[in-house]
Ligand binder design. Structure first.
Ligand SMILES: [Zn+2]
Length: 139
């Protein structure tokens, strides 16, 4: 589902774009994503239903991706960055599986919802492992 966002926002709280760029380069090596051309974009997620920290847009064939991070972060930004990068790690599996599901299910139905929720849990688990942090608790 596409939500409107404001792109390339200049003013940002928390880490600077340069600091995030350094973290991106470090984590590209750690996550074996050096063949990817990844860029950081600071955005304002305008959606009101949900406080969003990050998003990513990737092209698997070209191995390019844009990691969108909130200009107004409210959680650990390295965690958010690594979380979005972990989506790139699992992207081929994820996009193939989601496309297969959407052939037989409507977007947002029970099966698709289950898939998205469990994808997020797995990405969070992998992110916690990579960062050596405690696992996020789900209700
Ligand atoms: Zn995610």
């Amino acid at each position: 589902m596409e939500h409107e966002i404001k792109k390339d926002v200049e003013k940002k709280s928390g880490l600077s774009k340069g600091e995030l760029q350094k973290l991106l380069e470090r984590w590209q090596k750690k996550l074996f994503l050096t063949e990817w051309d990844l860029k950081i974009q600071i955005v304002d997620f305008l959606r009101k239903d949900f406080r969003q920290s990050g998003n990513f847009v990737a092209d698997l064939d070209k191995k390019t991706g844009v990691i969108q991070l909130s200009c107004n972060p409210f959680r650990d930004e390295e965690y958010i960055l690594v979380h979005e990068m972990m989506h790139v790690v699992v992207w081929s599996l994820d996009s193939y599986a989601e496309n297969a599901i959407l052939k037989n299910h409507k977007e947002g139905d029970k099966v698709h919802g289950w898939y998205l929720e469990h994808l997020e849990r797995m990405v969070d688990k992998l992110t916690a492992i990579a960062l050596g942090r405690e696992e996020k608790k789900y209700a």
